[in-house]
Design a protein around this ligand. Structure first.
Ligand code: PEP
Ligand code: MG
Length: 756
């Protein structure tokens, strides 16, 4: 993925000429006229034109060399119309050797452009807003090369500054183009985490605007860059040293990654080369950042995109050292912050005060990105892939994030505002009435005790145990701390992390699931295999058993962290008894090793299996002879039982886990575990949905592990159920032929006053 080094020599020559033009006396229009002449001459083009954005997304021809001069201020194109409109809309350069053959070509007879074949155009971008388009044209069918495109992009920075500077357009027009729109907007995106919230827009790391583009003294700019990089690096070092034991280890890893990038020679060299063309240090950083951004748009590999994102963040940080602009301080955060970002790393989200953070909206991202995982753990609604939301939102705008319907309202209408406020109020009332249940034991009306456990992925979430009065952690996903790190954690690091989990659990039981990497859970430092079917590929225990050294390190860390206390280890994705036995043997070996070293041995030690692969259902009697407990991973088990990819939105609602077939499997498993006196829990998303949880009680599953936010509602449901009535009802339903039992179960709940 190495980019070809840029050749900046023609940009250097042109910038020098432009510096002279800018220094001359005259109006902005006169300068623009001279600029098009200069560019046309230097780039050996018959035509050079500048189109400037007008309010209403209209591009007006403001200056031209080569086209009919009468067309200036008379030729207009809508954004998206013609090739010029397309460049503005896509905010990307466009190069065509035969422009007329392009499907979007729009002919404007008044310009007299019919004799020109080729076109190279670039958007005039400033702080990511489009201010117009700069284009050159040639009579012959010319293929513009990469260097020419890069030169034009560099020149476009100077022109954009001139256009946005205020001399060409009326202040009112300028404000409108700058995005100070007041119109209500509804933007559709993709749901990354459910929920509904409202608050004031906070732009995450607003971009630093670069005003000085052309340098007076390149040597001085080089020195400024060195000083800024030094300053940034020593601040990063200081931050790293300041990360004390009490801070999340994830922060340290992100900072380490930044420090690594900050010292990246290739990146710094590109900035230095851009300075040598005659750009100021800040314009050079901005120039290189745009290249990174353009690459990011073309790359689909999430790992590489995340690394490019790191570089983008770093560029913004470096710009602040050069322009000396203070970032938003945490204390300036409003109490109801809706954070809007292009994308962000997991540690950056953790930097926001959790009590003030209402929702997160991203322009990019994916549901499996680290930040989405962290947001789910924090119970913050997230909508991602909202096109142009940054461009359309001003800090302080009222924003409603309706993640349940994957939509965001910016400056909502009075009607939307009122109806959403009502919905939020209703939810809050329901929530606070559930809070009254928190201290009440999860016992059914007929006296059956149900275990409410939590699914946890981050250390910070362990505090939820106390707040929800949960019995313990039914699923600690050990891969999440691995995923937010930049390097594989060694035994010491893992031991420390697990020790702190024990501390926070404060005597409550914790089930540690061994590394469930692979599939959609990528570890940034592991080579990606690009499998056809990653969910059914080399993942979870399959990786661990093929790399026993890594697995043994994790088990060793768990044994050491337990310090003689109870330890529950859970193997993910077990497909057959032999696999579980192989895993269990590795645990035994580590116990022997610990004994030989004189370390305290966990007491009791239980080793369980996750039931996620359907084949294991047919080996349950044998499995239950070897396993101490079983946990149904219904997210995976359902996707395999129904052959329905859990991450594919097209089929997301095609099958219902509340179908007679799926519930029958759970029922059989529960009966066999019961007969073998082996504890059974269920820790997929189903356990946290009240109606599903009720059905699970009905098939005999009495240990439910769920996201912390579900603990209250499920507890209320449990306390309103009579299990001795529900069980025979659900068992009768299992032989039904319906696609789903959802309707019948809901009716039952209504008829029996069950709180859902
Ligand atoms: C599951 O598959 O249900 C489960 C709990 O594991 P994960 O969601 O982490 O794959
Ligand atoms: Mg799973």
């Amino acid at each position: 993925m190495k980019a070809k080094p840029a050749n900046w020599s023609s940009a250097r020559r042109l910038l020098k000429c432009l510096r002279d033009v800018m220094a001359e006396k005259g109006s902005a229009q006169e300068r623009l006229d001279k600029i098009v002449c200069t560019i046309a001459t230097e780039m050996v083009s018959e035509v050079c034109s500048i189109y400037v954005m007008r309010p209403g997304a209209i591009l007006e021809l403001f200056a031209t060399e080569g086209l009919n001069p009468d067309a200036v201020h008379n030729t207009h194109l809508r954004v998206g119309e013609g090739l010029i409109g397309e460049i503005a809309q896509r905010r990307r350069p466009l190069s065509q050797s035969d422009a007329k053959a392009h499907p979007n070509f729009a002919y404007r007879p008044e310009t007299g452009e019919d004799s020109y074949s080729s076109l190279l155009g670039v958007p005039l971008l400033r702080s990511d807003r489009v201010w117009g388009v700069l284009a050159i044209q040639n009579r012959t069918r010319r293929h513009y090369n990469r260097e020419e495109q890069e030169t034009l992009e560099t020149i476009a920075m100077v022109v954009a500054e001139l256009v946005a500077g205020g001399e060409l357009l009326k202040p009112k027009d300028l404000r409108q183009i700058a995005g100070e729109t007041t119109l209500p907007l509804r933007i559709e995106g993709v749901r990354f985490n459910h929920g509904l919230a409202m608050g004031q827009a906070v732009i995450h790391k607003p971009e630093v605007v670069v005003h000085r583009i052309i340098a007076e003294d390149p040597q001085h700019e080089g020195d400024r860059l060195i000083a800024a990089v030094d300053g940034m690096q020593s601040d990063l070092d200081a931050m790293l040293n300041a990360v004390d034991e009490g801070s999340a280890a994830e922060h340290r890893d992100i900072l380490e990654a930044y420090r690594m990038f900050a010292a990246d020679r290739g990146w710094l060299r590109k900035i230095d080369e851009a300075i040598k063309t005659g750009l100021t240090a800040e314009a050079a950083v901005e120039r290189v950042r745009r290249d990174t951004r353009a690459r990011m748009r073309q790359v689909h590999d999430p790992y590489i995109r995340e690394r490019l994102q790191d570089l983008e963040d770093l560029a913004n940080r470096l710009l602040r050292y050069l322009i000396l602009e203070e970032p938003v301080q945490p204390e300036d955060l409003p109490d109801d912050a809706v954070v809007i970002a292009r994308n962000m790393g997991p540690a950056e989200l953790l930097d926001y005060d959790r009590n003030k953070l209402r929702a997160l909206v991203l322009e990019e991202g994916s549901a499996t990105a680290h930040v989405a995982i962290i947001a789910r753990a924090l119970d913050v609604p997230v909508v991602g892939r909202c096109p142009d939301i940054l461009y359309q939102t001003e800090p302080g705008d009222l924003v409603i994030v309706d993640a349940d319907h994957a939509q965001v309202f910016v400056r909502p209408t009075e009607f939307t505002h009122q109806s959403m406020t009502e919905t939020i109020k209703l939810r809050d009332t329901a929530r606070s009435s559930l809070a009254n249940f928190t201290n009440l034991p999860p016992i059914t009306k007929d006296g059956e005790k149900i275990s409410i456990l939590l699914n946890i992925g981050l250390l910070v979430d362990m505090d939820m145990l106390g707040r929800t009065c949960a019995e313990g952690v039914g699923l600690y996903r050990t891969e999440i701390p691995f995923m937010v790190r930049s390097a594989y954690p060694d035994v010491e690091t893992q031991t420390e992390l697990y020790r702190r989990i024990y501390e926070k659990a404060d005597g409550r039981p914790v089930v540690f699931r061994l590394l469930d990497a692979g599939g959609d859970k990528r570890l940034p430092y592991w080579h990606d295999l690009h499998e056809e079917n990653p969910a059914m590929g080399w993942r979870a225990v399959r990786i661990s058993l093929d790399r026993p050294a890594l697995l043994r390190q994790q088990i060793r860390a768990l044994i050491r962290a337990s310090e003689g206390r109870p330890l529950s280890i859970l193997y993910p994705m077990i497909a057959e008894v032999a696999e579980f036995r192989a895993g269990r043997d590795l645990v035994d070996m580590e116990i022997e090793r610990a004994r030989a070293k004189g370390w305290p041995i966990p007491d009791p030690l239980s080793v369980g299996a996750m039931l996620e692969v359907p084949a294991l259902v047919f080996q349950l009697p044998a499995l239950l002879r070897h396993a101490d407990f079983l946990a149904i991973g219904s997210n995976d088990l359902c996707q395999f039982l129904l052959a329905s990819d859990r991450g594919n939105p097209r089929i997301a609602s095609r099958y219902d886990p509340l179908s007679p077939s799926v519930l029958s499997v759970f029922h059989q498993v529960a009966q066999q575990c019961n007969a073998a006196h082996k504890p059974l829990s269920l820790c997929g998303e189903m356990a946290g949905q009240t109606l599903e949880a009720m059905a699970l009680l009905g098939v005999g599953i009495k240990r439910l592990s769920m996201v912390p936010s579900a603990a209250g509602p499920v507890r209320a449901m449990v306390r309103s159920v009579n299990l001795s009535e529900l069980t025979p009802y659900v068992e009768r339903l299992l032989s039904a032929e319906n696609h789903s039992l959802r309707g019948k179960l809901r009716d039952y709940a209504m008829d029996h006053n069950i709180v859902l």
